[in-house]
Design a protein around this ligand. Structure first.
Ligand code: ASP
Length: 581
């Protein structure tokens, strides 16, 4: 028995007169008395089924159908009387001669329409119903097209797809590990990979030359909006490469995707050092689709009586275009906005650069027009702009200005979803000082190689050492990051020492990698791109959850299957676990 001869998305006037069989879901029923129409839906589209009075039994049967019933209909393709130009199948309908209910359905908890009446919560519980709707369905189809294009591109470049294990031991990517207790080895645990980092490096030692994998990674981080504890990376590694080779290869990949999905030709991506990105944009993932760059005025405000400025390391600001007309209320709201803990500024100074060239500010007592003219120069402000100024320690203040800049860009609609501005950030510091643990952390990860010319600084001024590391940034999002790796045992050991590992700790955790380095490890490097985010951005969206079939919610729960969940006493015992909660 055959369920269907065609899908619900393919019939048109060319099929008129043909006898066909369709299977799908009842989307909508319109009973006009003498005739009853059913919109039949499957993944491919919607086809109108028609039941006429001349076949009374069949019409009665159709009257018993309900929304989301799964049915099979057999009949003849006929031209419609009133055509629906919006549907590819809108010229025809199927005059049904045989109807079979394959399955019934309860009334769904929300309407399965493009514009649904269901809230986010209920749709998450019934994700499989939500995926029946076009928006999610199309997102998943789009994602599949992107992954296919990525695979094709990388395969053409000679990359080999190799799977690496999920039950491993810790790979540091700066997050906590998810762990899996071992039943067979009491008291021991596997860790789920934060990334396949060490394995892909071992594959280079193994001579595989170019590796790729579209792979799940797991990071037990404190939850932030739009983060997923498990997510997908396009993970790659290459042998006998320098930074330039990796950048060119993956610039090629993104160019290919932009061409394929948006018919956009991009020139070579700009490159910016980490230091420059912070200075100009207050972030290492700048959205360069709009200006409003940071300007520093520290030296211009030092000699004045205004303590807030004169006592601090850095004073700088941005010029918000055409905002000099903001009301007191609007400005107060902005000041409150930067004072929220998420931004953390203590206060904000504002200067209106009026259309007539005059100034009005919150610090008129301390500064005059001559000052403001100099400030305006640094901030690239013109009459009509509103200058917003923050002050404090340098890095913190730059970052706060960066957050404010993005917010203003958002509010002023300067972040256009279908405009794409990729760039590389390079020359990251190798290490980051962590006040809390009083230790250096690897800014990227411990396997990242220092710039050869900076290696002498490792002993004298570790914080000054730059890494051979790079990030790929798109529209204010970090969509990938990677580095050239250390491939020499001695240097790797030294790196672990700098990061505060004892020799024993380093040996226990990473001995396998350092051992491999002693058997002819080639120079190598790589990168990983976040697939979820990349797909969302290519679709002109920011939320990754809408591009994952079964995502976790903000609290890291899967509310559909209700996970995480408790284990039974028996399972706990088998795993040699005792709970304290
Ligand atoms: N393993 C790194 C990450 O997950 C990427 C890389 O260095 O290739 O961010």
């Amino acid at each position: 028995m055959k369920y269907r001869t065609h899908t619900c998305g393919e019939l048109n006037m060319h099929h008129a007169g043909q006898r066909v069989k369709l299977s799908g879901w009842v989307q909508r029923i319109r009973d006009l008395g003498a005739v009853l129409f059913v919109d039949l839906r499957d993944r491919y589209g919607i086809t109108q089924l028609a039941f006429y009075e001349e076949n009374k039994n069949l019409l009665e049967q159709a009257r018993k159908l309900g929304r989301e019933f799964v049915i099979q209909a057999e009949g003849t393709v006929v031209e419609r009387e009133s055509k629906n130009k919006k549907l590819p199948t809108g010229d025809i309908e199927v005059k049904v001669e045989k109807l079979k209910v394959l399955n019934t359905s309860k009334i769904p908890p929300f309407t399965i329409e493009d514009q649904t009446d269901g809230g986010e919560e209920i749709r998450a519980v019934y994700r499989y119903l939500d995926i029946r709707r076009n928006p999610l369905k199309n997102n998943l189809i789009f994602r599949s097209r992107v992954t296919q294009a990525v695979r094709n591109y990388l395969a053409d470049q000679g990359f080999i797809d190799i799977e690496t294990p999920y039950l491993i031991k810790s790979t540091p990517e700066g997050a906590r590990d998810f762990v899996v207790p071992s039943r067979l080895h009491p008291g021991q645990f596997y860790a789920l990979p934060q990334s396949p980092q060490t394995f892909k490096q071992l594959l280079m030692v193994a001579g595989m030359d170019k590796y790729m994998q579209i792979v799940k990674c797991f990071r037990d981080e404190d939850l932030r909006a739009d983060r997923q504890p498990e997510f997908t990376q396009i993970d790659c590694e290459m042998s006998f490469v320098e930074q330039e080779d990796v950048l060119r290869t993956f610039e090629g990949l993104l160019k290919h995707l932009l061409k394929e999905f948006h018919d956009i030709e991009t020139g070579n991506f700009p490159r910016m050092t980490y230091e420059e990105a912070l200075r100009r944009y207050g972030t290492d993932k700048p959205d360069i689709r709009f200006g409003m760059e940071l300007g520093e005025i520290t030296d211009l405000v030092k000699q004045k009586d205004f303590k807030v400025f004169s006592a601090t390391e850095y004073t700088g600001g941005i010029a918000v275009p055409e905002a000099s007309g903001y009301s007191r209320k609007q400005i107060d709201e902005l000041v409150k906005w930067v004072q929220r803990p998420q931004v953390g500024a203590k206060g904000m100074v504002w200067v209106k650069y009026n259309e007539d060239g005059s100034f009005k500010s919150s610090v008129d007592k301390f500064f005059d027009k001559d000052d403001f003219i100099l400030w305006a120069e640094r901030l690239h402000a013109v009459p009509g702009d509103l200058m917003l100024i923050l002050s404090g320690d340098k890095e913190t203040t730059q970052k706060q200005l960066g957050v404010l800049r993005m917010e203003m860009g958002e509010r002023l609609n300067l972040r256009k979803p279908y405009e794409f501005a990729p760039l590389w950030i390079v020359d990251f510091p190798l290490l980051e000082w962590d006040e809390e643990t009083q230790r250096y952390h690897a800014m990227h990860h411990p396997f990242t190689s220092p710039k050869p010319e900076d290696i002498p600084l490792l002993d004298s001024a570790p914080e000054k050492v730059r890494a051979n590391a790079y990030d790929l940034v798109l529209n204010g999002n970090e969509i990938g990051g990677g580095s050239i790796r250390i491939y020499d045992r001695t240097l790797q050991q030294k790196m672990f020492k700098l990061l505060g590992f004892t020799d024993e700790e380093a040996e226990r955790q990473f001995g396998f990698l350092m051992k491999a380095f002693e058997y002819g490890a080639p120079p190598h490097g790589g990168i990983a791109l976040g697939l979820d985010r990349l797909v969302a951005l290519l679709a002109g969206k920011e939320s990754i959850r809408e591009f994952i079939a079964f995502p976790k919610n903000n609290a890291g729960r899967d509310v559909m299957i209700d996970a995480p969940d408790y284990l039974s006493e028996a399972q706990l015992k088998e795993l040699h676990l005792k709970l304290e909660v």
